[in-house]
Design a protein around this ligand. Structure first.
Ligand code: TXA
Ligand code: MG
Length: 316
C-alpha cells in the first residue's frame, strides 16, 4: 500500500477534535485505551474498515470490536440481554467486550463482523478513548494497533514501530494501564469466555452468579482471531523455564533471577501491565526469550494465554 505520513497527536482537546475529524473522513487513527492501543476507523464506513485490515495485514475472516461511548450506544447495534445488562453495569466502562446478536438496521459495516450475525462491543474506560468516542459520536472499529500476529502495543512508540506510514495518525497518551486486551464474553448463547483478558474470569463468574464456559481451540463457537501463533516476537519464546540455557534472556515473575521482571512482588496485575512492553524490549535484544512460570489464576490466565501464543510455532 502507499505509505503516507502518520501524524502524532496528543490528548489535548484540539487534537481529539482533529482525530475525530480524521475518523469522519474515513481515515485510521490509533488511540490509547486502558487495555492496549487500538487502530480506529469508522465502523459504519466500508472503506475505513477495509483499510484497517490492510494496514494490519489482518485476515478478513477475523472480526473487529466496535467501541462505543456507553451502554445506550451499544444497544443501537446489538440485541441486549439480562446477562449483558448485569455485566455492563458491573464492568463498563472497562476491559470487557460482549459478543451479542446484531440488530436489524444495526448500521455496522459487514466487514467489521466478517459476515457473522453477532457483533463484539466494548465501552473503554480510558479518558482519551472516551473523549474521542464522544467527539466522534459513532461506533469505532478498533483492533489492537499492531501488524497482525505481532506483539500488541501498549505505547504510542510500539504503534509507530509497527504501523508508521500506514495510518493517518497516532494519538499519544502514554502507556496503557491494564496492558492486556479486553476479556471477551460471548452472550449469543450460553455465556462463554471467548478470550481471557484484562478482567478475570473469576470476576465475571461472581457477577453472573454461575461458572462460565471457557472456549477451547476447535470449539464451534469461537473468537475467530484466536489463531495459535499470535503476539509473536521475532525471537523464539520458551515457557515455564526454571533455568535458562545458552544465550536465553530471562523474563521473570516473582522472586527469581532474571534479566527483566514482570513483577518482582509476584503481582499478576502489575505483570499484565508490563507484559507486552517487556516482550517488545526483550525482542529487541535479538536473543531467545525464556519465561518463568506464571500461576494460572486471575489475570494469569490471560497472561499465559498470550505467552502460549507468543511461543507457538509460527505460521500456525
Ligand atoms: O482490549 C481490546 O479488546 C483491544 C482494544 C483496542 O479495545 N482490541 C482488541 O481487538 O484486542 P483485536 O481485534 O485485536 O481482537 C478482537 C478479538 C478477535 O479475537 C476477534 O476474533 C474477536 O475479538 N471477535 C470480534 N468480533 C467477534 C464476534 N462477532 N464473535 C466472536 N469473536 C469476535
Ligand atoms: Mg489483536
Amino acid at each position: 500500500m502507499n505509505r503516507k505520513d502518520t501524524s502524532y497527536l496528543t490528548a489535548c482537546p484540539a487534537d481529539i477534535v482533529a482525530a475525530a475529524d480524521l475518523l469522519r473522513a474515513g481515515q485510521l487513527v490509533a488511540f490509547p485505551t486502558e487495555t492496549v492501543y487500538g487502530l480506529g476507523g469508522d465502523a459504519r464506513n466500508n472503506d475505513a474498515v477495509a483499510g484497517i485490515y490492510t494496514a494490519k495485514g489482518r485476515p478478513s475472516f477475523n472480526p473487529l470490536i466496535a467501541h462505543v461511548p456507553n451502554t445506550e450506544a451499544a444497544k443501537r447495534h446489538v440485541v441486549w440481554t439480562d446477562e449483558a445488562d448485569r455485566l455492563a453495569q458491573a464492568f463498563w466502562p472497562g476491559p470487557l467486550t460482549l459478543v451479542l446478536p446484531l440488530k436489524p438496521d444495526h448500521g455496522i459495516s459487514p466487514l467489521v463482523t466478517a459476515g457473522l450475525d453477532t457483533l463484539a462491543v466494548r465501552v473503554p474506560a480510558h479518558d482519551t478513548a472516551r473523549a474521542l468516542l464522544a467527539e466522534f459520536d459513532g461506533p469505532v472499529a478498533a483492533p489492537s494497533a499492531n501488524p497482525s500476529g505481532r506483539i500488541s502495543p501498549t505505547t504510542a512508540a510500539h504503534v509507530r514501530a509497527g504501523l508508521d506510514g500506514r495510518i493517518a495518525a497516532v494519538l499519544d497518551d502514554g502507556p496503557c494501564g491494564v496492558g492486556l486486551e479486553s476479556t471477551i464474553v460471548g452472550l449469543a448463547g450460553t455465556p462463554t469466555l471467548l478470550r481471557p483478558g484484562g478482567l478475570s474470569a473469576e470476576m465475571i463468574e461472581a457477577c453472573l452468579g454461575q461458572p462460565i464456559d471457557i472456549y477451547k481451540q476447535g470449539d464451534a463457537l469461537s473468537a475467530p482471531g484466536q489463531l495459535q501463533s499470535h503476539y509473536a516476537p521475532e525471537s523464539s519464546v520458551r515457557l515455564n523455564v526454571e533455568a535458562p540455557v545458552g544465550d536465553e534472556v530471562v523474563l521473570g515473575f516473582g522472586n527469581v533471577p532474571c534479566d527483566l521482571n514482570l513483577s518482582a512482588a509476584g503481582d499478576l496485575t502489575e505483570a499484565a501491565a508490563n507484559l507486552f512492553s517487556a516482550l517488545h524490549q526483550l525482542d529487541s535484544t535479538g536473543r531467545p526469550i525464556a519465561v518463568s512460570p506464571i500461576p494460572e489464576k486471575g489475570l494469569g490466565l490471560a497472561i499465559n494465554d498470550r505467552l502460549r501464543r507468543a511461543a507457538a510455532p509460527r505460521g500456525a
